[in-house]
Design a protein around this ligand. Structure first.
Ligand SMILES: Cc1cc2nc3c(=O)[nH]c(=O)nc-3n(C[C@H](O)[C@H](O)[C@H](O)COP(=O)(O)OP(=O)(O)OC[C@H]3O[C@@H](n4cnc5c(N)ncnc54)[C@H](O)[C@@H]3O)c2cc1C
Length: 395
């Protein structure tokens, strides 16, 4: 049996491309297979927020480690990921003020630059924002957003420079196993062999794993994004990202005098998609109207805004809104990396390091992937954050 590579990666989103780079730079022979084109899945439709506001130490550390890459992307990876340092504001109602203060203390403890603002200091940071009913406000001056397609392409380019093979337009039909271990993949272009296979196929990943007889709890669900054209002459250009947990929605500025808005209501995950290749990709009028009302309430200058063409992408959501990163028990050499539950883009840089560690049996990254193991669901060790059940993607 001829070995094609040391590691085969399924999926050319941010997770797969970052892992390809990390593996190649450590000297592994890596082959990434992408059924369509790079960033064809969730990565190409991300809103791209890069925030540090997580409510447990592990994910806060992961977000911070990744932020350092986003901030210095050209030096560290090469190329442009479109990182914009817009600043990030998280706001909760009065009843969650204490939880937020505890989370911010934890975040500062791991080295995140974050401060609690009162209404007066919020006006200085974001004069355009109406936060009169906010009970707790956390501000991250270093946060912002980046571009999914640019970022994945830059990681892939760098991976190729380091010797990785990136093959687009190749669909993996199934993962091959023999005597309880992964031996490669069957593609529409033939069979490829490797002792390690990483399943980073995003919304499609659980179906590939299910072919091996194991159901993993990661469901694809629709996430709509509304786009608004800011009124001419408004001072809104470059307004910060605001995660509003009073009204459970977010908004951020975008180049071209645009403002984006989407839901933070965890019930969105109930809009499950059976086939990630065929789902309703239209933003509904009701959603646009709801987001318009919420956006105007927070950014009154948006009252004269126009509705633009939004988009829909897929989250891959697990029961505790945290990813599955780790081996599939009973199938040696198969590593799962999906279920990022609407917040995996920003984590791309560190997830690549964690996957390289798992694939090569190393521990170069200071983040231990163990809390993300698949078995936690069966063990009842769900990964919960400081905001509890309703925290959803705050993690
Ligand atoms: C609308 C939207 C907004 C979001 N906003 C944010 C945000 O603000 N911040 C944030 O951090 N995260 C956000 N996310 C989540 C984030 O985008 C995802 O968690 C992340 O992009 C997942 O990347 P991935 O590489 O794991 O998966 P994907 O990007 O989905 O990549 C999987 C790839 O696998 C390929 N593939 C699938 N099956 C096969 C096969 N059989 N053979 C070969 N290739 C295959 C697909 O074509 C795809 O390219 C958002 C997601 C959406 C949809």
């Amino acid at each position: 049996m001829a070995k094609t590579a040391d590691v085969i990666i399924i999926g050319g989103g941010i997770s797969g491309c970052s892992a390809a780079y990390q593996l190649a730079r450590r000297g592994a022979r890596v082959c990434l297979l992408e059924k369509s084109h790079l960033a064809a899945g969730s990565t190409g439709r991300t809103v791209g927020i890069i925030r540090q506001h997580y409510s447990n130490e592990v994910t806060a550390r992961m977000a911070l480690r990744s932020l350092r890459v986003w901030q210095d992307f050209e030096q560290v990876i090469g190329g442009d990921a479109g990182f914009v340092n817009s600043g990030v504001i998280f706001a909760v109602g009065p009843h969650e003020r204490e939880k937020m203060a505890a989370n911010v203390a934890m975040q500062r403890g791991v080295g995140i630059r974050v401060e609690l603002l009162d209404i007066e200091s919020l006006r200085e940071v974001a004069p355009e924002l109406n936060g009169a009913d906010f009970g707790g406000i956390a501000y991250e001056p270093e946060g912002g957003y980046a571009d999914g397609a640019l970022a994945a392409a830059a990681f892939a380019r760098r991976a190729t420079d380091e010797g990785a093979e990136i093959r687009q337009g190749i669909t993996v039909r199934r993962i091959l196993t023999e005597q309880g271990r992964a031996i490669g993949v069957e593609t529409e272009d033939g069979t490829m062999h490797a002792p390690v296979v990483i399943n980073a196929a995003g919304p499609w990943a659980a179906q590939l794993t299910a072919q091996l007889g194991t159901q993993t709890p990661a469901q694809a669900s629709r996430h709509q994004v509304a786009v608004f054209q800011q009124p001419p002459g408004s001072a809104l250009a470059g307004h910060p990202f605001v995660a509003d947990f009073v009204h459970h929605f977010y908004t951020r500025g975008e180049t071209g005098a645009l403002t984006l808005a989407g839901s933070l209501d965890p019930r969105e995950a109930e809009d499950v998609v059976g086939d990630p290749d065929h789902y309703n990709e239209s933003v509904s009028m009701d959603f646009n109207a709801e987001m318009a009302d919420l956006t105007v309430a927070r950014l009154p200058a948006m009252a004269e805004a126009h509705v633009g063409k939004g988009w829909v992408g897929l989250y891959t959501v697990t029961p505790d809104w945290h990813p599955i990163i780790g081996p599939l028990p009973g199938t040696e050499g198969l590593i799962l990396a999906y279920g990022f539950s609407g917040s995996g883009f920003k984590m791309g840089p560190v997830v690549g390091e964690m996957l390289a560690d798992l694939a090569l049996g190393e521990r170069q990254c200071p983040i231990d992937p163990a809390p993300f193991r698949l078995q936690r669901f069966a063990e009842g060790e769900l990964f919960r954050g400081g905001y509890g059940e309703g925290g959803g993607l705050i993690g």
